[in-house]
Design a protein around this ligand. Structure first.
Ligand SMILES: CC(C)(COP(=O)(O)OP(=O)(O)OC[C@H]1O[C@@H](n2cnc3c(N)ncnc32)[C@H](O)[C@@H]1OP(=O)(O)O)[C@@H](O)C(=O)NCCC(=O)NCCS
Length: 144
């Protein structure tokens, strides 16, 4: 059975889950700070083992979903969908009457279909240009 824990994501699970899908880590200080400043996190636990996570950051109007990961052995069983539905519901519940909220994310290449099923639209579309990003490194590392 899989249970979903809210705001229980710690460094150990965060690092292990990222590594399980081959994602690089950030510095320890950055990860600690990022977890402490998340608006909302979801951790999926199956038979006592942490098998998935998702994280939401934002300011109440604009939100970004990051770090959606299900460990390879447990993919394709609906866990990622459940995590995403909880993250979206959190934003729905916080959206006031007369207001609106915008959720952004960058899909990994080939994963767009997973998010489209959850109602996300690819950019660009008729109203928006492409999503864009810029990665910053420490100046000394950037010189290499
Ligand atoms: C992407 C990921 C989070 C999906 O989680 P999951 O638990 O395997 O997904 P689910 O079982 O909930 O799948 C939900 C639906 O999305 C579909 N889906 C999953 N991956 C998909 C993909 N790459 N493209 C299209 N559809 C996909 C499934 O077929 C399923 O459809 P169905 O409901 O019609 O059967 C997971 O595969 C993962 O962690 N991958 C590695 C890390 C990663 O890429 N994260 C996303 C970063 S943007």
């Amino acid at each position: 059975m899989t249970v979903y824990r809210e705001n229980a994501l710690d460094m150990e699970d965060y690092s292990r889950l990222r590594e399980s899908v081959g994602w690089l880590l950030f510095s320890g200080e950055q990860m600690q700070n990022a977890l402490a400043h998340s608006a909302y996190t979801v951790l999926a636990v199956k038979d006592g083992q942490t098998v998935g996570m998702g994280r939401l950051i934002g300011d109440g109007m604009y939100h970004i979903i990051v770090d959606v990961v299900v460990c390879p052995a447990c993919q394709g069983k609906g866990i990622g969908t459940h995590i995403m539905e909880m993250l979206i519901k959190y934003v729905e519940d916080k959206t006031p009457l007369g207001g609106r909220s915008s959720i952004h994310l960058a899909a990994e290449k080939g994963k767009e279909g997973f998010y489209e099923k959850l109602g996300f639209k690819k950019l660009p579309h008729e109203y928006c240009g492409c999503g864009m990003r810029k990665i910053i490194y420490h100046p000394e590392e950037g010189k290499i």
